[in-house]
Design a protein around this ligand. Structure first.
Ligand SMILES: Cc1cc2nc3c(=O)[nH]c(=O)nc-3n(C[C@H](O)[C@H](O)[C@H](O)COP(=O)(O)OP(=O)(O)OC[C@H]3O[C@@H](n4cnc5c(N)ncnc54)[C@H](O)[C@@H]3O)c2cc1C
Length: 411
């Protein structure tokens, strides 16, 4: 039974919203309503990689055991290919296929998000199939949400704080007027589920092929012989070149020398190729104000190089829950009080996002990508450097520093 007034309403039950709910409950804030326009389990267009960062937060929430029970594929490393066609396998640090350590998973969001949402449901009130359409405003503060149930009933529910965890086209972000990320800070990407792709090796695969530069084509392994296949490119480039990215994916699969044979017997599921936008963390979008905060994609927090966003959505949920709990205790949910969320969030993930943005910009230089991947294919030291970079922020920064690059060229 949904009440008329809560301490906190969270709009969106994806990784950002469900994590916020679980961390709020853990902090003792239980007068919380989590709403979503969908009914769980629900699909989300994604690469389905559940990285070490996401796994770390899931571990803190005590739900890794449940994640391991739904269909998933353990991933051990990354396979890169260069524009010239050189291929190299880089293991994740600590990946050990013999001892079956689990550095990361690929897990369909249909299953993974359901684990998060069902656990949030144990901790707070929930309302599914409720679409938020507007905010309640009072004395310059957000004071609740207005929306419609699937049956068409209009509801107004009030709260001291509203969390916008409603993804890329966040209604909350639009209503508070923070706008959308500019096209040079967005990626547009495809996703298709294929069965029967040959040559999968337990790694996620990132292919820097000519047709998709600046961006990449990916093949990620899933349980039961499925693969998540897609490509992503900066929205600004897509607009400039007037690309049809669905068709581009079909062309790459049909015609590219690297993939023609591997996809010869592969079949796509009946959803076909889907398209969605990734708001990148190279743009620091305003994420708080009087009585409101944004987390996850609504706050534009996706890694600009890897396209990973689940880990940062969960991290922002954890940090915002800490500051909402404090703000409620202090009876001060003003913009000034909630600005401490923004400060801690960007101190935590800002350096990594900046480094990834630099990597993304370097990745536009085809000759550099060719050299780095060719070096990695022949030199264990370079493979080690990249492996370290995948796990360690400082190593990543050194790797892309001018001195780091010169060292790599000369190695
Ligand atoms: C093609 C593609 C590939 C990607 N690959 C990866 C990857 O492999 N690994 C990775 O970590 N990240 C990946 N990402 C990024 C990742 O999908 C997002 O960063 C992540 O989903 C963000 O979580 P979230 O909770 O902020 O938003 P979402 O997961 O989008 O959840 C938002 C929720 O809000 C609900 N909602 C929306 N509007 C309303 C409304 N008005 N009222 C009520 N409910 C509403 C939706 O139903 C949804 O459940 C990829 C993204 C794309 C597009």
């Amino acid at each position: 039974m949904v009440k008329k007034q809560y301490d906190v309403i969270i709009v969106g039950g994806g990784p950002g919203g469900s994590s916020t709910a679980m961390f709020l409950a853990r902090n003792g804030v239980k007068d919380v309503l989590l709403v979503d326009k969908a009914r769980f389990p629900r699909d989300k267009i994604c690469g389905d990689a559940f990285s070490g960062k996401s796994l770390g937060i899931a571990r803190e929430l005590g739900i890794v055991g449940e994640i391991e029970k739904v269909p998933n594929e353990v991933v051990y490393g990354v396979t890169f290919s260069s524009p010239k066609g050189t291929i190299v396998d880089i293991p994740f640090p600590g990946a050990d296929r013999e001892r079956k350590t689990k550095p990361g998973f690929c897990i369909k969001r249909f299953d993974g998000d359901n684990v998060l949402f069902q656990n949030a449901k144990k901790a707070v009130d929930t309302l599914e199939e409720f679409t938020v359409q507007d905010l309640v405003m009072e004395n310059g503060f957000v004071a609740g949400v207005k929306g419609r149930t699937k049956a068409g009933e209009e509801l107004e529910i009030r709260a001291k704080v509203v969390v916008g965890a409603d993804g890329t086209s966040s209604a909350v972000a639009q209503k508070v007027g923070v706008g959308v990320s500019p096209p040079e800070h967005q990626v547009i990407a495809t996703r298709g589920y294929y069965r029967g792709v040959k040559g999968m090796n337990g790694n996620i695969e990132l292919h820097f092929i000519d047709e998709v530069m600046p961006g990449y084509f990916w093949i990620f392994p899933l349980a039961n012989g499925w693969a998540n296949v897609g490509l992503g490119i900066l929205t600004s480039e897509k607009q400039k070149r007037k690309m049809d990215i669905r068709k581009l994916q079909e062309d790459v699969i049909r015609n590219s020398a690297l993939f023609r044979e591997r996809f010869r017997d592969a079949k796509i599921d009946n959803q076909g190729i889907k398209v969605w936008t990734l708001p990148l963390g190279s743009y620091h979008r305003k994420n708080h104000g009087n009585g409101w905060v944004l987390v996850g994609d609504a706050a534009s927090l996706i890694d600009p190089f890897s396209g990973e966003g689940v880990g940062n959505a969960m991290t922002s949920g954890k940090i915002t829950a800490k500051h909402i709990s404090r703000a409620l205790m202090e009876n001060d949910t003003s913009e000034k009080s909630l600005s401490q969320y923004d400060k801690e969030l960007w101190e935590t993930i800002g350096p990594e996002l900046r480094t990834s943005y630099n990597l993304q910009r370097l990745g536009k230089f085809k000759p550099l990508l060719n050299i780095v991947i060719e070096k990695a294919a022949t030199k264990p030291k370079v493979r080690e450097a990249i492996s370290g970079m995948l796990a360690n922020e400082q190593a990543k920064t050194q790797f892309i520093s001018p001195l780091g690059l010169v060292k790599l060229m000369l190695s």
